[in-house]
Design a protein around this ligand. Structure first.
Ligand SMILES: C[S@@+](CC[C@H](N)C(=O)[O-])C[C@H]1O[C@@H](n2cnc3c(N)ncnc32)[C@H](O)[C@@H]1O
Length: 211
């Protein structure tokens, strides 16, 4: 199954009409394609950028930063001089690569990159966040939800990528990744104190606001 859940002609159309990315994002996209590394891509990157423009956050926590593509989109939309994104990533190589891109993009001063398990790092980090963006291993999604929601300010956003798992979320498969996304979907729609929508761009991105 294709990663893009949109009709492929619509998907192609959108990729043709969106503006070119800057030199650094273009290079990141090429690197991801060459390595078959799962980045959010430009359609969802633009959603993240737009949500940052709308909410003007000062503190963002990203779970599962890879080599920094999604954080780059968010960082470029920050307007508050003191605003920061805490990135978390299991791989030191990805973290090193990300910092190189952030330096070239002039946004390194807005990012703190921490290597380790996002689900532990959030416990070790104090304070609340305006946005928590979740893109870790999918079996950890319910745990990410349980840790993230109490750490958001009221009006803050919990955003998650890959809510469709290439369509596998609708199957009876008992793979732990599928069960993780299915459980998160129920939590997002059934929990009190949040309001969720899922945007069907690419592999599905959920946006929950804490009431
Ligand atoms: C799908 S990629 C995300 C890439 C990034 N969000 C983007 O779109 O540019 C997921 C990344 O999260 C990392 N990861 C997975 N589980 C993690 C965890 N529990 N803590 C920290 N990093 C994790 C993986 O090493 C991988 O680089």
């Amino acid at each position: 199954m294709n990663l893009h859940m949109l009709d492929s002609s619509i998907n192609d159309h959108l990729h043709q009409v969106i503006p070119e990315r800057d030199e650094v994002l273009t290079e990141m996209e090429a690197y991801a394609k060459e390595r078959r590394f799962p980045i959010v891509g430009p359609l969802v990157g633009r959603v993240l950028h737009q949500l940052v423009l709308i909410t003007n956050p000062t503190r963002i926590f990203e779970m599962g930063s890879g080599f920094g593509y999604s954080a780059y989109w968010m960082a470029k939309a920050l307007r508050d001089e003191s605003a920061k994104i805490i990135c978390t990533e299991g791989s030191q190589d990805n973290a090193d690569r990300a910092m190189g891109y952030f330096q070239r993009g002039g946004i390194a001063n807005r990012i703190e990159y921490r290597v380790g398990d996002a689900l532990e790092i959030i416990d070790e980090t104090t304070g609340t966040f305006d946005i928590i963006y979740n893109d870790i291993d999918k079996d950890g999604y319910p745990q990410a939800f349980r840790k993230a929601i109490p750490r958001l300010r009221h009006g803050g956003l919990f955003i998650t990528d890959n809510m469709f798992l290439r369509g596998r979320v609708t199957t009876d498969d008992t793979d732990s990744r599928i069960l993780g996304v299915q459980e998160l979907t129920r939590l997002l729609y059934e929990s009190d104190g949040i309001f969720t929508t899922i945007i069907p761009l690419r592999d599905g991105v959920s946006v929950a606001v804490k009431l």
